[in-house]
Each structure stands twice: as C-alpha cells, then as structure tokens.
Design a protein around this ligand. Structure first.
Ligand code: NOJ
Length: 517
C-alpha cells in the first residue's frame, strides 16, 4: 500500500464535551469516548481528532489551556488519555490532539507569572505594550470575539494582547523560549503515542512587524501574508519529523493561494493546512462548489496532498446549511474528492443545528454578540431514549434533534444517512482509486458536476462520480454521459445496484459513484 496513512485515511472530529458522558455530570469525557469506539471502528474512520481536553478554566471550552501537558479533570486523567490512545491503536485507529499554540489561558502559570511584574521571568512570553500616546489601547486591533484585542493590566501598567478572549492572552512566538517550550509540548505528546495534531489558528502566530495597525478588521485573515510565519511552521514540522508517521493539520482561514503556502516551498511545513473552501460557501450550488474545488486543486503545489472539511465545532451543522437531501450529496462529495476528508461527529447521522434560546447559550462568542456556536456542539445521539445514551445526568446542552436522529435507529436502516456514510467510507478504503487516485474534472452542467477518480496502479480502477447539487433534475456534464459502468453507491435510498449506461440526466438530489467498465 502506498501513501501515508493520513493521505489514505479519514479524520473524525470528536467534540469531547458532547460524545459520551461516563460519569453522569452531563459533560462528555475520555471514558465516554472509549465506550463508543465500536461506532468509530464500525463506521470505518482512521483517526480521531479530539478538540482540547487539557486543563482549562473553560472560558472558551478548552481553547483556553492552563496546562498543555495534563488532562482537565472534567474529561478524566492522563491515564485515561493513555488508555484511549492504546485502545485506538489496538483497533488500528490513530489519535490527533488539538494544539493551541497562539494563546494560553490567563490561568496558565506562565501568564500568572508574566502579569506579576514587568521583570517577571515569563513577562516577555506574552505581548505587552504601553498605552497609545493619547492614552487607551496601543492600536485598533480587534479580538475575534469582538472588542479591543488589548486588555489593560492595572498592576503592571501595560496592555496585553489577546486575539480571542481576554482570558486567552497571545504568546509571543518571536521569543525563542516560547518556541522551545511549545515544541517540547509537542514532543511530550508524540512520546506518549499521539499520532498528530490539529493546530489551532496557526496562521495567527506571526503578528507582523510591531503589530502594525490592521488593514483587515477580521483577525482570521489579518496575518495571512505575513512571511515570518513560515519559519515557525518549519520549526513545528521538524519536531513532527523527529517521530515516525506523525501529521500536522493546521487551522487556517485563508483563500487557496495563501492557504497553500502553509505546505511550505519544500513541503516542509504543515502536512495538511485545513481547506475550508466548501465549509465557507455561502451558496450550496453546482457552480460555487465546482469553482471551490477547481480553485483549490489549481492552487495546490505539485505533490501537496489536498484535504476537505464540511463541518466543525465553529460552523453551523451541514444538514442545516444544505438540507437533508443535499447533506447526502455532500457526504458523497466529501468522501470521493481527492484528499483527506475530516468528518464532524454527528454529521453521519444527519444531526442538525439546534436553535437554542439565549438563556441556554454557553459559547463566549455568542454571549459577546457574535453568532453562538452551541447549536453545532450539542451532544451526540446514540439511541432514541430521553437522554440519547449520551448521559445519565443533565446534558450540558439540549439533546434536541428530529426523531430518528440517532445511531441505533439509523444503523440498521439501509436507507439512512449513516448507512450511506458507512458505504462510502468502506468503498473509499477498499479502492485505491478513491483514496489515493487522481482526480479528473468532467465539468458542470445545470446543477450537476461530475469527475473521475483514477487509480495510478497498473490495471487500476476508474470511478465516475456524478452529483446533482440541487433538488430538481439536471442534465449531466456531457463528458460523463457516454461512460459505462456499475453504480456502486447512490444517494437515493431506493436505487439499488444498477448499470449506468449513457444516462443524460440526474434526478433531484441524486449522487452516484460508478465503477467504470
Ligand atoms: C479556533 C477554534 O476552532 C475555536 O473554537 C476557538 O474558539 C478559537 N480557535 C480560539 O482558540
């Protein structure tokens, strides 16, 4: 078998608060995840990425880390994490943790020391500035969670910088001591057997010369073209390469041309800079989807490996963004494109965004005036009981989902979203054309797109994928109409295995994977 595991494989994101609660406190935990590994093995994913489980005051639900090398008691212990790693490995799966290098919690001992005095040992591990000449914050930079990115520290008479909450002060990555401490964190986990990291807002690490006034108000793209970022990426990669088979996936919200620079000129930076091109589409239409795919494929440097994302803990649920029928087409797209897919827990059973009244909101982004992310973070539904098999206590967010949206109900229904995901995942694993094969665009017609996946192996198979991205019939792209083969997966539950012989149209919401003759 050629290719690295992270090229052939599929990543599954678990939001640890919401996967399984073993101790009845209403919040998911590591033991709760361990109890659900059968599902992940059955589903046939390759790696589990856990959003942060480190010690944290939970101001941003774990993205405010107070100890990078320990597990928060809410989730369990370091031993629990070791056991989870061992369990996953025994089942042939991998574990990815979430590395949050841009900022710590204000409760991190480094920051507690830093704010104790201007001469403290860790003072310059963070970013401090005097007030502007006329008083007030040093400049107009805004936090991603609204409001100034500067917080006044009365005790030492300076401002500190925070890209997110004031409880999440940014580390100063120009400081070699910070870089050494943080790369040691990576080594700590790699030695424990962790297979890689999803790295949080990695492009924000380099702030630009002297935090010059922002031309872009959105912190996510503020530092997009900052050259100082690339040496930092290479430092992280050197550490990953000290170990076998590890992967670094970076969270970067940038357009394709800038995003792909994070692979590194020599492919010596991140293995997979997350590609959010499909997640960010405002319109789910053949034209926009096709353009996003083509633009990304075109921007990719030779030999850089692509990846695709359709859901995560920061964005509205896929089934709500595109509707149920199209969520099936989207699953087929995600799992047949060239590149590593990342699935978000619950999308495989068609979980929808839960519209929550403000009284139950927990997400600081929503509470500070932005859009709440709670609706996509609600607990996984394992069965149709009142507490959904998630907890025996009071769930931290409501379990509301339409009837039948649970693993037990959907597992034995061959027409369900879950069965579709599993069929696609198993096919993808079995067929080199679908995991490592080339991608050939066959274009767009009406609301349909079509492409081929072709195995590079001698005598390898070829697959045709035809997707109708709308709820009305559409002609097929011309280049697909003359091809012949066997339909091996369809988004339309009633459609069994059948021959594909020169069809010219797709039905509403129809998606087909066809093994070509
Ligand atoms: C990106 C994470 O995905 C998000 O959930 C978090 O709030 C911010 N980074 C800050 O760490």
């Amino acid at each position: 078998m050629s290719g690295q595991w992270w090229q052939r494989g599929v990543v599954y994101q678990v939001y640890p608060r919401s996967f399984g609660d073993s101790n009845g406190d209403g919040v998911g935990d590591l033991q709760g995840i361990r109890q659900r590994l059968d599902h992940l093995e059955w589903l046939d994913v390759d790696a589990v990425w856990l959003s942060p489980v480190f010690r944290s005051p939970m101001a941003d639900f774990g993205y405010d880390v107070a100890d990078y090398c320990d597990v928060d008691p809410l989730f369990g212990t370091l031993d629990d994490l070791d056991t989870l790693i061992a369990d996953l490995h025994r089942r042939g799966m991998r574990l990815l943790l979430d590395f949050v290098p841009n900022h710590t919690s204000d409760q991190y001992p480094w920051f507690i020391d830093a704010r104790s005095s201007r001469t403290a040992e860790h003072r310059d591990w963070y970013i401090w500035r005097d007030p502007a000449a006329g008083g007030g914050p040093p400049n107009a930079w805004q936090s991603a969670f609204l409001g100034s990115a500067w917080e006044w520290d009365g005790q030492t008479g300076q401002y500190y910088f925070h890209s997110f909450l004031k409880e999440q002060p940014d580390l100063d990555w120009t400081n070699p001591e910070v870089r050494a401490a943080m790369t040691d964190v990576l080594r700590f986990w790699f030695r424990r057997g962790v297979d890689g990291f999803r790295v949080d807002v990695v492009n924000l690490l380099a702030k630009g010369p002297e935090l010059a006034d922002a031309t872009h108000p959105d912190p996510h793209d503020r530092w997009g073209d900052e050259p100082a970022i690339h040496p930092l990426m290479r430092e992280l990669r050197v550490v990953a390469d000290e170990f076998d088979d590890r992967v670094l996936i970076g969270e970067i919200w940038l357009p394709p041309a800038e995003l792909v620079t994070f692979y590194g000129k020599e492919l010596d930076e991140l293995h997979l800079p997350f590609n959010f091109g499909l997640l960010e589409l405002e319109q789910w239409q053949a034209q926009t989807v096709h353009e996003a795919i083509v633009a990304y494929e075109k921007a990719l440097p030779p030999k850089a490996w692509p990846n695709w994302v359709l859901g995560n803990h920061d964005r509205r649920r896929l089934a709500t963004r595109v509707g149920h029928a199209q969520a099936r087409v989207a699953a087929m797209l995600l799992l047949t494109l060239r590149g590593t897919p990342t699935l978000y827990y619950g999308d495989e059973i068609g979980m929808v965004e839960v519209e929550l009244p403000r009284e139950v909101w927990r997400d600081p982004q929503g509470l500070r005036g932005g859009q709440t992310r709670d609706g996509c973070r609600t607990p996984m539904r394992w069965d149709d009981s009142a507490l959904a098999g998630f907890t025996t206590g009071t769930p931290w967010l409501p379990l509301d989902q339409p009837a039948g949206t649970d693993v037990a109900t959907r597992r034995d229904d061959p027409a369900s979203m879950l069965s579709l995901y599993r069929a696609l995942l198993r096919l993808r694993r079995a067929e080199p054309a679908l995991n490592l094969g080339d991608w050939h665009d066959l274009g767009r017609a009406g609301s349909a797109i079509a492409y081929m996946r072709i195995s590079g192996e001698p005598g390898g198979r070829r697959f045709l994928v035809c997707l109708n991205l709308a709820g009305e019939p559409s002609p097929l792209p011309e280049a697909a109409t003359s091809l012949r083969g066997e339909i091996v997966v369809s988004t339309l539950p009633t459609q069994g295995r059948a021959r594909f012989e020169g069809r010219r149209d797709l039905a509403a919401d129809e998606g087909l994977v066809i093994r070509l003759d």
